[in-house]
Design a protein around this ligand. Structure first.
Ligand code: AGP
Length: 610
């Protein structure tokens, strides 16, 4: 979704806003803009496309002003062009507003405002808010009163920042559904969609909750509810530093994040493995063992890559914890009439912790009395703050739009949760210890696979001109086939499908010919023999087979045209190893095809609109 940053203080705002925008660019990159308040007027500069286009247009002499807001856009309403870029101004140019979210009743409001003489310049839903606030501000309401009044008339979701010539050092920000924080500096303050935009200046932030509005000035900030009642809010001190959100010498964030997975998984496991008891210690669950024993059903809900991790969690929970588990697309779960009750544990998986559909699915589950947990990477995110308890992944910031290290840390966290719940139910101490030991060995095994990156790079050459690729897997590695296909689709724009290998006979086998590369995820696990037959079926039709196999597997090695070997581990943990070559393959193919792997077209890192 979009990224917003605002600054008010003693320094010139423009360079700070541009730097903040660059750190938010992974949230959306269809257009960018900024608005600065100086000498009783607001100066707005906008450009279609990436932030460097805006920078180029601005040139070396940046516009003056010590208070300003900026925005990078992921278009929902109105084409990605300069006119629709944010910030939007009112008729008189006395107000400027940047918005992240969707105003659902914009159509009706636009008609009414036009009838009342307002002139609209853009096709966006956002602009109606600017004119609503203008009407109240012109009637003498303070900026915060006018913003609150304007928001009371809209339906939908928003994270907004507003500036006005009448209160030149003030930024008013508000949130309902889209993330927003206030960052506290020394005689200067910021507002931002997420912490990455302000980490260069401060680590002290206040997260806004839904229905809150902030008034921010250089020397003070106030958090109010929409009824203008002041609220006391905790200040969170972030432990991430700037280096963790920089590329660290890698060509792309995606490659950096792929190559740091041994460390990110080590961080996910740190202090959580109890070998003696054969279980996991999860301090943030906030659910006592008695409560976990009351649970008779688990529903995992998520989107995209997180949904794939959820599928693996389902296999783990049913196999080791022997508890009925289902996985639901959050966007479907929230609108169908799901059967959940106080004995249902609903687990929301989300790297960003801000995905609108997953958040809404969790709220729906809570409304129906279910217990809720979150597996989240971003500390302080909305999902993390709204669920009863959860597991932070501690994978570090994930900037590349294509999720990689979060996926493997999600699987590791699900294995920890399975251990915890399993040892309360069906898992023996010996079985538990075996899983704990296998988890402890994982980071080294992961590094062994990552060291094979040059091999995968060579393989990428052969797939550059593919127009379709089929990914097949079974058991724990069926979701890995789905994930491999998603990675290739989202960053190289090659059409790819993931499928349970046995399902192939029921249709997709018709696609097999010597032009269709078929990638098998086939480690030596409980269903190995079954997948060998599937490979033979494809070979029998002249298909080109690439296989991810277990080191030393000579059988499949002979059958496959190309193969990538991964070390042996327990079946439930094989996805953490088998997905790595698929992440690298998608990366190298996309780079070779000249695609922007960190910011693929039409995508955004966290989708905060439904
Ligand atoms: C994955 O590479 C994509 N970026 C996307 O599918 C993502 O997994 C999905 O939007 C869910 O995001 P979340 O984990 O932050 O909720």
């Amino acid at each position: 979704m979009c990224g917003i940053v605002g600054y008010t203080g003693g320094r010139q705002a423009a360079p700070l806003l541009l730097d903040g925008l660059k750190r938010l660019e992974y949230r959306g990159y269809d257009s960018a803009g900024l608005a600065l308040v100086a000498d009783g007027r607001i100066e707005v500069h906008k450009a279609a496309g990436k932030i460097d286009k805006l920078e180029k247009d601005l040139g070396t002499t940046l516009p003056a002003g010590r208070t300003g807001i900026a925005h990078t856009r992921w278009a929902t309403h109105g084409a990605p062009n300069t006119v629709n870029a944010h910030p939007h101004t009112d008729c008189g140019g006395t107000l400027a507003l940047a918005h992240n979210g969707i105003i659902e009743n914009a159509g009706v409001l636009r008609t009414a405002l036009t009838k009342r003489g307002h002139t609209f310049r853009s096709e966006t839903d956002t602009e109606v808010l600017t004119h609503l606030i203008e009407e109240l501000h012109l009637k003498g309401r303070s900026l915060v009163e006018a913003v609150a009044g304007g928001l009371a008339q809209v339906e939908g979701t928003y994270g907004i920042a507003v500036v006005s010539t009448r209160e030149p050092d003030t930024i008013v920000a508000a949130r309902l559904g889209s993330p927003l924080l206030v960052a506290i500096g020394n005689r200067e303050n910021f507002v931002a969609s997420d912490a990455s935009a302000v980490l260069a200046h401060t680590r002290s932030v206040v997260y806004l909750d839904d229905g809150e509005i902030a008034v921010v000035r250089p020397d003070e900030y106030h958090i109010l509810d929409l009824g203008a009642v002041e609220k006391e809010k905790a200040v969170t001190h972030l432990d991430w530093d700037l280096a963790t959100i920089e590329r660290g010498g890698f060509a792309h964030f995606m490659l950096k994040e792929i190559m740091e997975q041994a460390e990110s998984i080590r961080n996910t496991l740190r202090g959580r493995l109890l070998e003696e008891e054969g279980t996991a210690k999860l301090g943030g669950l906030n659910l006592a063992d008695e409560a976990l024993l009351q649970v008779d059903r688990i529903v995992i809900t998520a989107c995209g890559t997180s949904w794939h991790a959820g599928l693996i969690g389902e296999y783990m929970m049913e196999e080791l914890a022997r508890i009925p588990t289902e996985v639901e697309y959050a966007s479907e779960f929230r609108y169908r009439n799901p059967i959940v009750d106080d004995r249902t544990l609903v687990i929301g998986i989300s790297q960003s912790g801000e995905t609108a559909d997953t958040l809404a699915a969790l709220r729906e589950a809570k409304r129906r009395g279910a217990r809720t947990l979150g597996l989240v990477n971003v500390v302080g995110s909305t999902i993390a703050r709204e669920v009863e308890g959860g597991i932070y992944l501690h994978a570090g910031p994930e900037i590349g739009v294509a999720s990689t290290k979060a996926f493997t840390s999600q699987i590791a966290a699900l294995a920890l949760l399975t251990l915890k719940i399993g040892r309360l139910r069906a898992l023996s101490i010996l079985q538990g210890r075996e899983v704990v030991r296998a988890l402890a060995r994982l980071p080294d095994l992961v590094q062994r696979v990552l060291d094979k990156a040059p091999e995968v790079e060579g393989l990428a050459e052969r797939l550059l001109r593919a127009t379709n690729v089929l990914y097949l897997g079974r058991g724990y590695n069926f979701p890995v086939a789905l994930e491999g296909a998603l990675k290739l689709k989202e960053i190289s724009y090659i059409h790819a499908e993931g499928y349970p290998a046995a399902e192939m006979k029921h249709g997709p086998i018709a696609l097999i010919d010597d032009l269709m590369p078929v990638l098998f995820v086939a480690p030596k696990d409980a269903v190995y023999q079954k997948i060998v037959s599937n490979v033979e079926e494809v070979k029998a039709r002249g298909g080109r087979v690439i296989a991810v196999v277990t080191e030393g597997d000579t059988g499949l090695a002979a059958l496959a045209d190309q193969r990538i070997e991964v070390p042996e581990t327990l079946d439930l943990l094989t996805p953490i190893l088998t997905v790595l070559p698929l992440q690298l393959l998608a990366y190298y193919i996309a780079v070779r095809r000249g695609c922007n792997v960190d910011q693929p077209r039409n995508l955004a890192k966290s989708v905060t609109v439904e």
